[in-house]
Design a protein around this ligand. Structure first.
Ligand SMILES: [Zn+2]
Length: 129
């Protein structure tokens, strides 16, 4: 059976597609076949731009955000995760997350200022308590 590669925490992974099997294996670039823990022979299907996808994810500082699924991958569909993203899509997604985090930090600073408090960005200490 064919097992589609996806990326989880920056690792290339395949799930055994046999319905009675829940094994997942880490695979290495160029690997063409794998045998799961239950002995199922799997043909590893790589996206043609695996290296570019992995490089786009490697730019993210946190490993837990280095995730990618091929189009219509069952794990992505079940979990409501994005799938079929290009390297440019992944970079756009990272930029949007960074901007949202900056917006939240600005909102927190404004909230503290409204209470007469100030957060020291270096020490993390709230001044004015
Ligand atoms: Zn299996």
């Amino acid at each position: 059976m064919i097992a589609q590669v996806y990326i989880n925490w920056g690792r290339f992974v395949i799930d055994c597609p046999h319905s009675d099997c829940h094994d997942a294996r880490e695979v290495t670039p160029g690997q063409q076949a794998e045998v799961c823990a239950a002995g199922h022979l799997l043909v590893v299907q790589w996206p043609p731009d695996a290296a570019q996808i992995h490089a786009a994810l490697a730019e993210r500082p946190q490993e837990r955000t280095r995730n990618w699924f091929p189009q219509d991958h069952p794990v992505a569909l079940q979990g409501g995760q994005p799938h079929g993203q290009s390297p440019d899509d992944l970079r756009d997604e990272a930029r949007q997350r960074e901007e949202a985090a900056l917006d939240r930090a600005e909102q927190a600073r404004a909230l503290l200022a409204g209470l007469g408090l100030e957060l020291d960005p270096v020490t993390g200490v709230v001044k004015g308590l």
